[in-house]
Ligand binder design. Structure first.
Ligand code: NAD
Length: 295
């Protein structure tokens, strides 16, 4: 798949300037990875605080690289300077490719994508990092759906090699080629998949979360389930730890999209743990408490 993707990418020019919308877990990670691999990036959010945290996170990752001798001080300074945090769309006419990474809510995403399309050139590629929302649904907000596709990174972006590239019904091959080109430039393994709720990876992952929800409803302890998955199955982490890292808010929205998309197969119990934690605003690692307490 990687070689096929490379063939498509050969026909595209690599972006000179990228942008991410949202400076959260994913937007911040994508901005860091793009800058670290030589493509300057604007990082836009609607909260100043999110931009500050995004820049701090990039700084921490770069300092680790510096300590390990993988980059020089001059490189660190150049990479940091190539991430431009912003609250506005100023200069977005210079952006070749934008990836949207705002909250997993179709209404918010459609509004953000529509606004973005009005701020960029007619040949700018727009991608969405949505985890689950069908690309065809989001494309309805756009005048140029041929320039749009999914670009689904995994968390943490700097460590996870896979990027799902989702081809919408109207996505042009040239759009896919450019997105693949950027993914390869970032050192990732792009895989082109068709459009449906959850695409490939989350169609595999969400039945696992649904089973986890059922076990909890029947009285199981989330700590024990994590222990079993780690010690017996050898997985790097169990479901409650993973959900806390993903973000309970993101998981809650994604779970809803999957349940709507596959009403018989992905039905979740009423008042399930993810929904209850979401209602209590316990979003996991990002705000200090979810299944676990985070210092
Ligand atoms: P997050 O909550 O960490 O960050 C979302 C950011 O978007 C926040 O900083 C928020 O201020 C910002 N935002 C909200 N509205 C905005 C707007 N109109 N313009 C610009 N910024 C805006 O969320 P996240 O975990 O980074 O998730 C973002 C997207 O990535 C979601 O679609 C999610 O499903 C997807 N995703 C998440 C993960 C994960 O593990 N967390 C993995 C893959 C994909």
């Amino acid at each position: 798949v990687k070689s096929k993707a490379k063939k498509l990418a050969q026909s595209a020019r690599s972006p000179q300037q990228a942008a991410v919308l949202g400076a959260g877990i994913m937007g911040g990670g994508i901005a860091y990875q793009s800058a670290a691999k030589g493509v300057p990036v604007r990082m836009k959010d609607i909260r100043e605080n999110a931009l500050t945290l995004g820049m701090q996170e990039a700084g921490k990752l770069l300092n680790k690289q510096l300590e390990r001798g993988k980059i020089t001080g001059a490189q660190l300074t150049r990479i940091i300077a190539s991430i431009q945090p912003t609250l506005s769309f100023a200069d977005f006419d210079r952006v070749d490719i934008v990836v949207e990474a705002v909250v997993e809510n179709p209404t918010v995403k459609r509004a953000v994508l529509q606004e973005t399309e009005g701020q960029v050139r007619s040949d700018t590629i727009i991608a969405s990092n949505t985890s689950t929302i069908p690309i065809g649904d989001l494309a309805q907000a756009l005048k140029r759906p041929e320039n749009f596709c999914g670009m689904h990174f995994f968390n943490p972006v700097h460590r996870m090699p896979l990027v799902e590239i989702i081809r919408g019904e109207k996505t042009a091959d040239s759009t896919l080629a450019q997105v693949i080109g950027w993914a390869l430039k970032m050192g990732k393994t792009p895989v082109v998949v068709n459009d449906c709720p959850g695409f490939f990876v989350n169609r595999v992952l969400f039945p696992y979360f649904a089973a986890f929800n059922l076990l909890l409803r029947d009285g199981a302890d989330f700590r024990q389930i994590d222990k079993v998955m780690e010690k017996t199955f050898g997985w790097p982490m169990g479901p409650s730890w993973l959900l806390d890292i993903v973000g309970i808010d993101t998981a809650h929205h994604a779970q809803q999209v999957m349940a709507d998309g596959f009403p018989t197969r992905m039905k979740t119990p009423e008042q399930n743990a993810i929904d209850l934690l979401f209602a209590a605003q316990r979003y996991g690692q990002k705000n200090g408490s979810g299944f676990w307490r985070w210092e």
